[in-house]
Design a protein around this ligand. Sequence first.
Ligand code: ZN
Length: 190
Amino acid sequence: MACLALNASFEPLTIVPARRAVRLVLDRKAEILEVDDGRSFRSEREDVPFPVVIRLVRYVHVPRRFRRQVTNTFLFARDEYTCQYCGAHRRELRGRQFLTRDHVLPVSRGGENSWDNVVTACSPCNNRKGNSLPEEAGLSLRDVPREPNYVHLVWAVRKVTPVQAKYVRMFYGDDILALLERGYQSSIQA
Ligand SMILES: [Zn+2]
């Protein structure tokens, strides 16, 4: 099980391996907010409780460029594992078809690798589009690509426990939590 790391402001930041969370605590860079009572980490001098939620002692400014970094794991999660042109879900792809990263404005025509210019596309749609704009290839986008909420992404690809969910709710409120849980449900069915 992994640990939810909160900023000093209690903003959920990311999920880290429990071992890394323990290291942050031992280095006095984080405090433990919630532990798994059933387990502990043994270090040289002391037994450290097994953390499931930690909070960084000092506020960490997360650079925009880091938040904006596009990985296929997060891109496919943002688009719910669905081709943004034909609507095919990953589980509907056949044979050698697979999900790809498509640049709406192609890189060859100055398109950037930014959240608002990349979408999930199945390989047939991506091949058909080639170096064209969607409308030039007779394709249309189902949604306007946007930079996603970082916590939403973490949630979509990693399981968050009820204890950890409590902190997401605390910071973002019930509405966001419900939204995140729906996203999580659709990703585990993928
Ligand atoms: Zn497609």
